[in-house]
Ligand binder design. Structure first.
Ligand SMILES: [Zn+2]
Ligand SMILES: [Zn+2]
Length: 122
């Protein structure tokens, strides 16, 4: 699950903040992670060596932000074991045997309750 989310995250980060998005395969709605500020945002490195240091800090904070966004996304997305795609809570059905996305449930004639209707703030 973590790897799949990580692979599908889109990067919207810039030099000031880290932000990512993920789209539901079924309804296509896009969720955005909570933006995380870069600790050196707006600060101009005093020297070339400082610029390299800042660059390293950026890299480290970037990967921490990815990990955080992945954890956050887990609260809104589910992995459909049938079609192997990431779907939002609105498109995920709790079926008797195994939980799956609404598309697969329809295809396979499975019925169940949708996880949530409004858990995502778009
Ligand atoms: Zn959806
Ligand atoms: Zn599916």
């Amino acid at each position: 699950m973590t790897d799949i989310i990580r692979k599908n995250l889109r990067n919207h980060s810039d030099e000031r903040q880290f932000r990512f998005s993920l789209s539901c395969t079924v309804c296509g709605k896009t969720w955005y992670s909570t933006p995380v500020m870069f600790s050196k945002a707006g600060k101009t490195p005093a020297s070339d060596s400082k610029a390299i240091v800042y660059q390293a800090v950026y890299q480290r904070e970037f990967s921490q932000a990815v990990t955080k966004a992945v954890e956050e996304a887990k609260g809104y997305f589910n992995f459909c074991p049938v079609c192997k795609s990431l779907v939002c809570d609105n498109c995920f059905v709790i079926c008797d045997d195994i939980d799956m996305c609404v598309d697969c449930a329809r295809e396979l004639g499975e019925t169940g309750e949708v996880v949530a209707c409004d858990s995502i703030a778009y």
